[in-house]
Design a protein around this ligand. Structure first.
Ligand SMILES: [Zn+2]
Length: 481
């Protein structure tokens, strides 16, 4: 792209400290910010800031709340996702990516924990990559891998024993299939990578062990070895909930993170999602290895997981990135509101100085996650950096306009996706006034809802038995921890 774009704005959050400065002109060329210089003329009432990199997501077609799965702990919510019918993978991914873009993210980590499965995964991956290309975003793409504990953390015979014969049969049918062999799971990731290799969009194919409680030691070791051999990155959930912590301590008395270190999984190639229940020594080991943690505050609130202490992670030297996990506070994929909540929940109380600052929040939201998606450094407005940026409406950010106030204060107190006027990804205009340029976001959602409604009869039997199954699963965890 040799085209040159010039953008004049009243103010911009510039450099690695995201300090407000302006008016400035930004020159975009060949996907990069070629220059930033003072602007002498009258600049439009816009604020430029780097676009968000969503360091942990799953590109789910529609919110699970629409399927009656809101306000449940992860251990119930996760199996309930099986009641959501499969839909066309392109439509599903394009809708999810369009929502992410509208929320302010130009790069999204896709941990594909729920493939639609209507065609071989390499073909489905191509459809997902095509969706990213059409929306104009970059993606990391972790192929979900798992081979144990399909329903609860341990043998689910006790769940079956609490169920009626119909429900027990449904559980076996839904979760009882034998997992793919370890070697086949590793090979599948290579096949997916080969299938998307020629596509003109950034797709970083990765190993995606879903979590230690869902992956045998054989599988985890094979992934660690394959990652060291191929250089492919790894994306995994870790210590998201209290029952997971409890299970980890029983299963790995010498420490679950020490085990990951021992088998070689901890490395700069690894991104760990959540780590809400990590301990200081575990954060230190993660930091030493150069792995990073993607924190998802709203998802943790929605799923009753708790509140991750980013302060403790950062005190241990961990590189912390922000993710949305498909579950923003208002269930709307708004990365700007997420940024504010992420910052508010991790500020030092009172006059303390050891908490999160606007700078560290912006770095986590915009810059740190990029390495986990195989992207070059960015998330900073400076010459030579990728031209991934948001233009916010200053009149919406500061409707009172009473006096000069640092506009970054408004970003950190009230910015939402509705204030985004334009988004550039790799120097290309990909969104104007809330509408992605490359796809019809309303039409995608209309199509998706039609497909889901058509598919609902296919999962109606499971949905009908779900309350009974949910009770039996909940009984496994009640009183735990
Ligand atoms: Zn997740």
């Amino acid at each position: 792209m040799s085209e040159i774009t010039s953008i004049a704005v009243t103010t911009a959050l510039l450099g690695p400290d995201y300090d407000s400065s302006g008016p400035v002109e930004m020159v975009l060329q060949e996907g990069l910010i070629a220059a930033i210089r003072p602007w002498a003329g009258v600049a439009p009432r816009l604020l430029a800031m780097p676009a968000v990199t969503d360091a942990h997501n799953h590109a789910r077609p529609l919110s699970s709340a629409s399927f009656g799965a809101a306000l449940k702990p992860l251990e119930l919510w996760l199996p309930q996702l099986a009641t959501m019918p499969a839909v066309d993978p392109y439509t599903a991914a394009a809708a999810a990516f369009a929502r992410s873009l509208r929320g302010g993210a130009t790069a999204v980590m896709v941990h594909l924990t729920r493939a639609m499965g209507q065609r071989p995964l390499p073909q489905e991956a191509r459809e997902i990559a095509r969706a990213a290309q059409d929306v104009g975003i970059s993606i990391g793409f972790a192929v979900a891998m798992r081979d144990r504990n399909p329903l609860v953390y341990g043998d689910y015979a006790s769940v079956l024993s609490r169920l009626s014969p119909d429900a027990a049969q449904m559980v076996q049918k839904t979760w009882g299939a034998a997992p793919l062999a370890v070697a086949d799971q590793i090979a599948l990731v290579d096949e997916v990578a080969a299938a998307v290799a020629d596509m003109d969009v950034h797709v970083d194919v990765q190993y995606g062990p879903t979590g230690v409680q869902w992956c045998s030691m054989d599988l985890l070791t094979a992934i660690a070895d394959a990652s060291a051999r191929t250089g492919r990155r790894v994306h995994m959930h870790l210590l998201e909930t209290r029952p997971q912590r409890h299970w980890a301590d029983r299963s790995y008395p010498d420490g679950i993170v020490a085990m990951l270190d021992r088998i070689g999984l901890l490395s700069p190639r690894l991104t760990l999602a959540h780590c809400v229940y990590g301990r200081a020594a575990e954060y230190a080991a993660i930091a030493r290895a150069g792995a990073r943690i993607a924190v998802n505050v709203s998802s943790n609130l929605h799923l009753s997981s708790g509140i991750a202490s980013v302060t403790a992670m950062q005190a241990a030297g961990v590189q912390v990135a922000m993710g949305l996990d498909g579950c923003a506070l208002d269930d709307d994929d708004d990365a700007l509101r997420e940024l504010r909540l992420f910052h508010f929940l991790n500020r030092a109380p009172g006059f303390g100085t050891d908490g999160m600052t606007p700078q560290t929040a912006l770095k986590a939201a915009c810059a740190t996650g990029r390495a986990g998606l195989g992207l070059p450094p960015g998330g900073v407005l400076a010459p030579g950096m990728p031209a991934d940026l948001l233009l916010l409406d200053l009149d919406l950010l500061d409707p009172d306009a009473l006096m000069p106030v640092d506009p970054r204060d408004f970003v950190m107190t009230r910015a939402t996706r509705n204030m985004i006027r334009r988004i550039y990804a790799g120097g290309r205009l990909v969104l104007s006034d809330g509408r992605p340029s490359g796809v019809d976001i309303d039409r995608l959602h209309t199509d998706l809802r039609t497909q889901v409604r058509a598919g609902l009869p296919g999962t109606a039997a499971l949905a009908a038995l779900w309350p009974e199954i949910e009770d039996a699963i909940a009984a496994e965890y009640r009183g735990c921890c």
